[in-house]
Design a protein around this ligand. Structure first.
Ligand code: SF4
Length: 363
């Protein structure tokens, strides 16, 4: 049995740097298989996804499909899809069918059912790939991965907040790369805590100039375009390079463990504008933009993929919030036709506009 299973090659789609804890988890759970991190997303990934997807489907579907095709071409035999809410919850079945129609032979596993993490169902699904998997080690690895994701989110939040103040350009980027690389080889809580402590120490040693005058902006919108940098042409990095401090709410920690409880609070905060949830990330977009305006942010960047209905619904409300609070909001829709130059040009114009507005004392 193990000899057959040794031939299995497991892969999964990209979303930001979460490939690192996912790789670590899968390597521990399936030590009888090879784990294949999908190729870095490139224009080719987008083109492959676009070519084989229905026209009307939202853009993250196409990215995921492109990831899967590239992994299958490299020999993947097991594909893992997260599943979840909104239309994302239906991606798996459709992607599986498209890939089978293309002639690929593979096992397809969806992790989340009905937006929730069901530990027992997950265990049963993983047992199909590794029959030797013990429940106690599955629970240990599962909890360790949750902690890894949480620490990844914490470190990335600190970097996001501080990178604009760094004195020696590139120090945060280098630390970030090293941390993400080392994270994939963590195998227990002790080494995770050491890595976390060590990374925090290194962060403290990076010289920053908090007196530097920067503009504060918040990113809101659909989760994939917020968390997968390639899908938004690395918008966060561009904003920091221009001299803007970036706040972003959406992380996997938030989606898995806070989003469910947050809805009541978000609706209360947004009650002047909405009575009912908008679906997916739409309620967050409205409530968080109010919070950013009230907290004195200079501008807001709203991102969404082409075809994302909940965010389309949020836009007229965001326009009203922008007028009411006199805080500019810029809207980006990303798809395969979006030009990187166009995004940069609009960002530069947005930066100039909020800078002039602030200097003129209009904020
Ligand atoms: S939130 Fe938007 S992009 Fe994501 S699945 Fe729903 S419609 Fe598609």
């Amino acid at each position: 049995m193990n000899d057959i299973l040794k031939k299995e090659i497991i892969s999964f789609p990209h979303m930001g740097n979460y490939y690192s804890p996912i790789y670590s988890l899968l390597s521990r759970l399936f030590n009888n298989c090879k784990i294949l991190i999908p190729a870095k997303i490139t224009k080719k990934t987008m083109e492959l996804g676009e070519k084989h997807s229905p026209d009307f489907v939202c853009t993250p579907f196409k990215y995921n499909l492109g990831n899967f095709i590239e992994s299958l071409e490299k020999g993947a035999t097991v594909l893992i899809q997260a599943g979840g809410g909104c239309r994302f919850g239906y991606y798996a079945e459709l992607q599986e069918q498209i890939l089978r129609d293309l002639g690929y032979n593979f096992t397809f596993i969806t992790l989340l059912d009905a937006k929730k993490v069901d530990v027992f169902r997950l265990y049963k699904k993983f047992k199909l790939i590794n029959p030797d998997l013990k429940f106690h080690s599955f629970i240990y690895d599962f909890l360790l991965t949750i902690k890894m994701i949480n620490i990844l989110d914490k470190i990335e939040n600190i970097i996001r907040e501080n990178i604009v103040f760094e004195v020696n350009e590139g120090e945060f980027d280098k630390l970030h790369r090293d941390f993400v690389y080392k994270l994939q080889f963590v195998g227990d809580f002790k080494s995770l805590n050491i890595l976390y402590k060590d990374t925090n120490e290194k962060i403290k040693n990076i010289v920053i100039d908090k007196n530097k005058k920067v503009l504060k902006v918040g990113i809101i919108g659909e989760l994939y375009t917020e968390m997968e940098p390639f899908s938004s042409f690395f918008i966060e990095r561009e904003l920091s390079k221009m001299g803007m401090q970036v706040k972003r709410y959406t992380t996997v920690t938030y989606l898995l463990f806070e989003k469910g409880k947050a809805e009541k609070v978000l609706l209360e905060r947004a009650k002047k504008y909405i009575k009912f949830p908008l679906g997916a990330d739409g309620t967050e977009s409205v409530a968080h933009s109010i919070e950013l305006c009230e907290d004195g942010f200079d501008g807001i960047i709203h991102t969404k993929p082409f075809g994302c209905t909940p965010e389309i619904n949020a836009i007229p409300i965001l326009q009203k919030i922008s007028r009411d609070y006199n805080v500019p909001i810029i809207y980006f829709t990303f798809d395969m036709q979006t030009s990187e130059t166009g995004v940069k040009t609009r960002l530069e114009a947005f930066y100039d506009m909020i800078k002039m507005k602030k200097e003129a004392g209009y904020v």
